[in-house]
Design a binder for this molecule. Structure first.
Ligand code: AMP
Ligand code: ZN
Length: 463
């Protein structure tokens, strides 16, 4: 029996789908105005693990994901510059070209990471009539009103506002970063439709003149259309709890008057060097950045699998090195099992399988599941262990069928580079990680990548 932590109740709950044997899941998709960074991708690895566990448990899955190809604004609020429009201007391409390009790269990244594509993936620009109809319904039901720059949701009409984040409105206001629009009835009222300035690139006809949908209405309109209210599970990153998902609930319940999503499940954030990822800090790495530094997408997936989805995960290159080495070692060990003609007692295999099933069903405890795999891999070599690993891989998605002899990366570098690497070993011994990172950067500038191993380190030439 699967147990999952529901943000709405702040409890681990037993999962019961609305329709027996079938699960309907909505996942907030990317805004495609630039490359997805590794933090975004961590959230989709989490979505994928959830999907895989449900399938492993025998459920039939209907997953829906939106592609936000209408630029929502620079902040969670309703002000600021439209990101799609900005990218479009800077890259001298139409917003449709921008969206198509980044959506394509996004799905290529998902494929490299063995993240299964949800059954239904839909673009917002293909659903403008649905968003307009939704906004009209909110107006007709008295939940939304028109002012000069758009149609706004009237949160005073929805007493349940704030139930997901458990923030009261004053606290939400304290966090708001934008000027209050004086025509709004309440500062926290949010736009469900924005009227477009004449020079705004993406705009559509509506009963309220030319305009474009608000960000939050997109997910309400799509989940309603493809899954219907109520549905089972809604996923996203924790940043969506206080505004985006709170607003989705307000919009949904205005239509139905009751709960529309049974389980709200959120993945925690990825940090870089214990801090926020941001373009200005230059630490928003993409999969292609990692590949250029000699890591594969699978190394990154392995790295993600080591942390529970509800814990913050701190990204460092040392951590990635660790993941790379462990993953190679895992494939190496499994290769020996694969090529063995010995057997393992079926009770032993069953015990591992039981433990694994228990772990993944305990709020998707994948780090524990990975530990169980490692324990099994340390058994005497046998083909049965390899088969067991392939079964676990239905959940882990680590391409374990690619098991191959472990390669020892060569230490073959100029003396100057080796000297820096030695200095780095000392810096790490003295726990001077800042210096260690500096030395890593110097080594990288000379065209080499240092990878930590159990025995010390290896050096590999970068392209
Ligand atoms: P966006 O394209 O900005 O809508 O983000 C796509 C997904 O990535 C959302 O589900 C966010 O919650 C998630 N996300 C954004 N930043 C991070 C981060 N640093 N770590 C994990 N997930 C993130
Ligand atoms: Zn959403």
């Amino acid at each position: 029996m699967l147990k999952i932590y529901n943000t709405l109740t702040r409890k681990k709950e037993e999962f019961t789908p609305i329709k027996e044997g079938k699960v309907c899941m909505y996942s907030c998709g990317p805004t495609v105005y630039s490359f997805a960074h590794i933090g975004n991708l961590r959230t989709y690895v989490f979505m994928d693990l959830f999907r895989r566990v449900l399938k492993y448990d025998g459920y039939k899955l209907k997953g829906v994901m939106n592609i936000t190809d209408v630029g929502h604004l620079t902040s969670d609020e309703d002000e600021g510059e439209d990101k799609m429009e900005k990218a479009s201007r800077e890259q001298k391409k139409s917003p449709y070209e921008i969206a198509e390009f980044y959506a394509k790269v996004f799905f290529e990244d998902l494929k490299k990471l063995n993240i299964g594509r949800p059954e239904i993936v839909e673009k917002i620009t293909d659903h403008i009539p649905e968003t307009i109809a939704y906004v009209q319904e909110l107006i007709d039901k008295g939940y939304a009103y028109e002012i000069d720059d758009g149609i706004y949701y009237d949160i005073s009409k929805f007493p349940g506002y704030g139930k997901l984040s458990r923030l009261n409105l004053d606290e939400q206001q304290a966090g708001a970063r934008v000027e209050v629009n004086s025509q709004k009835r309440h500062p926290a009222d949010f736009a469900v439709w924005k009227k477009a300035e004449p020079n705004h690139i993406m705009q559509w006809e509506s009963p309220w003149g030319m305009g474009y949908p608000g960000w939050h209405i997109e997910c309400s309109a799509l989940s309603r259309k493809y899954l219907g209210f109520p549905f089972d599970i809604h996923t996203g990153g924790v940043d969506h709890i206080p505004v985006h998902h709170e607003n989705e609930i307000a919009q949904n319940e205005a239509i139905t008057g009751k709960k529309t999503v049974n389980y709200w499940v959120h993945g925690d954030f990825m940090l870089v060097d214990n801090g926020k990822m941001s373009k200005s800090l230059g630490n928003t790495y993409t999969i292609s950045d990692l590949e250029k530094r000699g890591y594969s997408a699978m190394d990154f997936r392995y790295f993600c699998l080591n942390a529970h989805y509800r814990k913050k995960l701190n990204f460092t290159f040392d951590g990635m090195d660790g993941a790379k080495v462990s993953y190679a070692r895992l494939l190496g060990a499994l290769y020996q099992h694969k090529t063995s003609d010995k057997k393992t007692d079926e009770n032993v295999i069953k015990a591992y399988k039981d433990e694994f099933v228990e772990a993944i069903n305990d709020d998707l405890n994948v780090p524990r599941a990975l530990g169980i795999l490692w324990k099994a891999v340390k058994e005497p070599k046998s083909r049965d262990i390899y088969e067991l690993a392939l079964d676990f891989d239905k959940v882990l998605g680590l391409s374990l069928d690619q098991a191959k002899p472990e390669e020892q990366p060569k230490v073959d570098a100029p003396a100057e580079v080796v000297e820096l690497a030695e200095q780095r070993v000392n810096a790490k011994k003295e726990k001077n990680y800042a210096l260690a990172d500096e030395l890593r950067a110097k080594i990288a500038a000379l065209g080499y990548q240092v990878v930590d191993t159990k025995e010390g380190y290896t050096l590999a030439k970068t392209e």
